[in-house]
Write a protein that binds this ligand. Structure first.
Ligand SMILES: Nc1ncnc2c1ncn2[C@@H]1O[C@H](COP(=O)(O)OP(=O)(O)OP(=O)(O)O)[C@@H](O)[C@H]1O
Length: 326
């Protein structure tokens, strides 16, 4: 078996938050034992509601934050401690693309200068020619190098951000909601560009999004997160067409399919709160299929025999006969 480019094991990150000036600190369990693997040239889509821990997982994967527990291996080697020369060398091979291209770019610098910056930092020569090539790679013109961010459209700015991220020829891109700030008409262009660049450069992509359609379009595997955990992981056709976890079923049922009759799974109960994680399976208070066991025992994410996906659910794993919780 070939080694995955990236392997994260048991990533955990909790924050202490104080409510109000004199409030007692509460523990926000943002990421709670996330394990995932990503191969070269492949895309893993990470989906789930706002606040489920997707962005924190992306930052942990890149070493932008230290995990409280767990770790990341890149090409089979544990990630060096942040800030060390070994970490900086590795960071050049991993880049992040954020949601808001205007926020990611420096308004006072031309985009050519911003694309050249990582080339300077990592001492990559022949900069003007390389900048021109990177602009061409992302569908911009070399003569746009002198433009400032405000002189470009939203889609062009995200292309410029991608050009800068690709300057060091990264093996891994973490794209955090890369299209959600763009007009719908531009979203498809940027998605197509990502797919095309990946085919050409064999970049692995961790694609963080709440947009299931976008995730289906680009991903080779999909992981669904709920309250800091992956609850289901597998091929997009399985997870997004025939989800096994009741939470994934509810998420998928909310995607509109024009012209098709749909049964929407409406979730009951309070929205998830990472500062107040229910015992047992964190989803059980809202789960239409919960069993008594679900309130007591946290299900482990494990392969489901025969269908190549991992699911963390007592019911989907067939741990007990389906009897409703009292
Ligand atoms: N630096 C921080 N300090 C305190 N709490 C944080 C911090 N970063 C994230 N959180 C909390 O951790 C939880 C997970 O946040 P995260 O941004 O990873 O979720 P997300 O799934 O990416 O959500 P969104 O799609 O809204 O960005 C949230 O409750 C968030 O408020």
């Amino acid at each position: 078996m070939t080694l995955p480019l990236l392997e994260a094991t048991g990533l955990t990150r909790h924050y202490l938050m104080r409510r109000g000036l004199f409030g007692r600190p509460v523990e926000v369990r943002a990421v709670n034992g996330v394990s995932l693997a990503l191969e070269r040239g492949r895309t893993l889509g990470l989906v789930g509601e706002s606040g489920c821990g997707k962005s924190t997982t992306g930052r942990l994967v890149l070493g932008l934050e230290r995990p409280d527990a767990g770790g990341v291996a890149f090409e089979g080697q544990p990630m060096p401690p942040p800030g060390t020369p070994a970490w900086r060398a590795l960071r050049a091979r991993m880049q992040m693309v954020f949601q808001d291209p205007l926020g990611a770019l420096d308004r006072r610098m031309s985009i050519g200068a911003q694309i050249a910056e990582p080339l300077e930092i990592h001492r990559i020569g022949d900069r003007p020619e390389r900048v021109a090539q990177l602009l061409r790679d992302v569908g911009l013109r070399p003569d746009q190098a002198g433009r400032y961010p405000h002189e470009l459209s939203g889609g062009q700015r995200q292309r410029a951000v991608l050009a800068r991220a690709l300057a060091t020829e990264p093996a891994l891109l973490v794209c955090d909601e890369p299209i959600s700030a763009l007009d719908v008409s531009i979203q498809a262009q940027v998605m197509n560009l990502l797919v095309e660049l990946q085919a050409r450069l064999s970049t692995a992509i961790l694609f963080v999004s709440h947009d299931l359609r976008a995730v289906r379009q680009v991903s080779h595997r999909v992981a669904v997160m709920y309250l800091g955990r992956i609850v289901e992981e597998g091929e997009p056709d399985a997870v997004l067409h025939d989800p096994a976890h009741p939470y994934a079923q509810a998420l998928v049922s909310a995607i509109p399919h024009p012209g098709r009759r749909q049964r929407r799974v409406l979730l009951q109960g309070d929205p998830p709160n990472p500062a107040d994680r229910p015992s047992g399976c964190a989803f059980h208070p809202r789960c239409p299929a919960a069993l008594p066991l679900c309130a007591q025992e946290d299900p482990v994410l494990k392969p489901r025999p025969g269908d190549g996906r991992r699911v963390a659910c007592h019911v989907a794993q067939g741990d007990l006969p389906a009897r409703k919780a009292a």
